[in-house]
Design a binder for this molecule. Sequence first.
Ligand SMILES: [Zn+2]
Length: 439
Amino acid sequence: MTETISGVGGLRLTGATLAGGQPGLVRIERGLVTDVAETPAALECSSAGADGTEPVNRREHLDLTGYVLLPAAAEPHAHLDKALTWDAVGCAPGDLRHAVVSWREWSRKLSPANVRQRALRALEDLVAHGATAVRTHVDLGPTASRLPVIEALVSLRDEVAGAVWVQLAALTAPDTPESVVRQALAAGIDLVGGVPHLADDPTAETRRLFALAEHAGAGLDLHIDEHLAPAPLTLLELARLARDTPLPRGITASHCVSLGMLAPSRRQEVVEALAQTTIGIVTLPLTNLYLQGRGWSSSPPRGLTAVQSLLDAGIPVAAGGDNIRDPFNPMGRADPLETASLLVTAGHLGVVEAYDAVSTTARRVLGLDPAGPVKGAAADLLAVKAESLSEAIATGTEDRLVIRAGQVIRRTTVTRSGPALSGVRSGRPEATELVATSG
Ligand SMILES: [Zn+2]
């Protein structure tokens, strides 16, 4: 059951366990975490009103006993215009090009109302699962026909801004004219996006998209090298461009699949080039485990980027869910804990690193202030019913509570009923009865 709880002013959280295993009592005022303590006495001493805030007993109190309290998640890479269409499209499973063709064919007559309804449903799931910020890519085609969809999602973004921070990136196809990209930016889209590796001249497409973002003063988020071959390597070109011309609104390189397949010396060359920039990387295990390596007769690669090499070089690596049940991936729960779980099992990160990639680093890549149960941070928090962070990621329970800017915006509770397993009488005859009757 998910319920919406109205906003409150001050909030006091008690009973929760923090990611490090220690108790965490949290005081929140005006959207910020103003204090974190391990005992009620410490929290109440420090919140006695010396700073002019209201006394502790006049704040709303929430008992989070049995929950682990974490920074809220952020989804750095979604496709809300495609979400929840797998069954309707009805295509066979396949690789990236198959998905692109299937989607283009099916989505020709897509109405803005249909996109809005599915996008809102996907956003609802993302928020209930703990994401208080979401970046979504939105398709632009060869004509201006997708602009009404862009306008519908710009409206939706603004309507839900109190609950979730949505950023829109124009997913520019290689055959999308620059005039259409400019129209999308004028309609209110936040970032320029694209897929240079699908263009006939990937390097020229990388430069075209970079220039469009630079001239518009917009951020840039590109689908980069979403393939297993050593070429094209547009990530290196993007790093060169970013080194020479940093964009104030930020540059994100999503996917970067081929980086994980390069020979070590070539991979290190690219990583060192990235380290000279402020580019943030977004890895997308759920979709790339599905799309890449099809047709390999044995030992198919995992399709992930070189996560550990990037982290070792100090480069921010965020992780997202990408597709939510569309032609690019029939799976996906719109759940950052699902992504974190895959980072542990398929990406071999520790649980702390994995959750950081879907929360703190994801917010950083989105250009947002830090959040979490830390004094001075934004009070965007996720409480998961679990004894530890590893249990929260492993079970992925729906039993969660989501706080945005100090307000509880979603609470989902799970009820399991039935007798104790040891108290259930068998519905079948006992073995001794079977022996007796068969004799
Ligand atoms: Zn994508």
